[in-house]
Design a protein around this ligand. Structure first.
Ligand code: ADE
Length: 222
C-alpha cells in the first residue's frame, strides 16, 4: 500500500484522476483507495495547515499498512533557482513558525530538540531518479507567505528553498509512526506580494504536474 497525501482539494483531485478502481473510504478526511501506477494505494485530502496534515497523516498511517507515503502539492519558492513549475523534493523540512527561542532553542526547534526533520532517503532518491527534481529544504508554517520580508527571513534563518503549510508536520508524524515518507512540491509562486494570485492561477496546472511526477515515481517503486 502506497499512501498519497495532499492538502488541497485540487491537488487531491489530480491524484484521484489517476487512481483506478477507486472506492471512497469512510473516515475523518476525504479518502479513496484503489490502484495508482499499478500499485495498491490510498489518496487522502488532508486539508490545509499543519494540524490537519499531522492528524490526517496519523489517521491514515493507522488505518492503512503503508510501506511508503508521499505528501505532495504546490509551494512558494524561496530559492532563486526555483521558478514557477519547478519540482522540489525535500531532503528535510522545518516548522518555521515554531518559536521556543525564549527558552534558548533555535528558531523552528521543537521541545524535543528536533528541528530539520529528514525525509526518507530511499524515497527521496526514487523521486529524484523518476523526475529529475532538485532536492532542498522545505519550511512549513500555518501562514500563507505573501510577504517579501517574511520570505527573506525564512530563507535566511532556515536556508529553506520553499515554503508551504504541511510538509514538516506530516514528516514528523510519519517518522514517529515509523513509516517512510517523502515530500514533493511544485513551485506555484514566489512567496511574495501577489503570491495569492499566482497560487490560484497555477494550482490546477501545478497539481497536475505533481500527480504526473508521483505517478512516474510510484511506477518505478519496487
Ligand atoms: N503554498 C503555495 N504557495 C505558498 C505560500 N506562498 N505560502 C505558504 N504555502 C504555500
Amino acid at each position: 500500500m502506497i499512501l498519497l497525501l495532499a492538502a488541497e482539494g485540487e491537488e487531491a483531485a489530480a491524484l484521484l484522476r489517476r487512481l483506478e478502481k477507486k472506492s471512497a473510504v469512510p473516515g475523518p478526511f476525504p479518502v479513496h483507495r484503489g490502484r495508482f501506477a499499478g500499485k495498491e494505494a490510498a489518496v487522502v485530502e488532508t486539508q490545509v495547515g499543519k494540524a490537519a496534515a499531522a492528524a490526517a497523516t496519523a489517521w491514515a498511517l493507522t488505518a492503512f499498512r503503508a510501506r511508503a507515503a508521499f505528501f505532495a502539492g504546490v509551494a512558494g519558492g524561496l530559492s532563486p533557482e526555483l521558478g514557477q513549475g519547478d519540482l522540489l523534493v525535500a531532503r528535510d523540512a522545518v516548522q518555521w513558525d515554531v518559536d521556543l527561542t525564549p527558552f534558548g532553542r533555535a528558531p523552528g526547534e521543537l521541545a524535543t530538540g528536533e528541528r530539520f526533520i529528514p525525509a526518507d532517503p530511499a524515497l527521496v532518491r526514487a523521486l529524484v531518479e523518476a523526475t529529475g527534481a532538485k532536492t532542498g529544504r522545505v519550511a512549513s508554517g500555518d501562514r500563507f507567505v505573501a510577504d517579501p520580508a517574511l520570505a527573506r527571513w525564512i530563507r535566511e534563518t532556515f536556508a529553506a528553498d520553499a515554503v508551504e503549510m504541511e510538509g514538516a508536520a506530516a514528516l514528523w508524524t510519519a517518522r514517529r509512526l515509523g513509516v517512510p515518507m517523502a515530500l514533493l512540491r511544485v513551485v506555484s509562486d514566489q512567496a511574495t506580494a501577489g503570491s495569492d494570485v499566482d497560487f490560484a492561477l497555477f494550482l490546477a496546472e501545478g497539481s497536475e504536474r505533481m500527480a504526473v511526477a508521483l505517478e512516474a515515481t510510484v511506477t518505478r517503486l519496487k
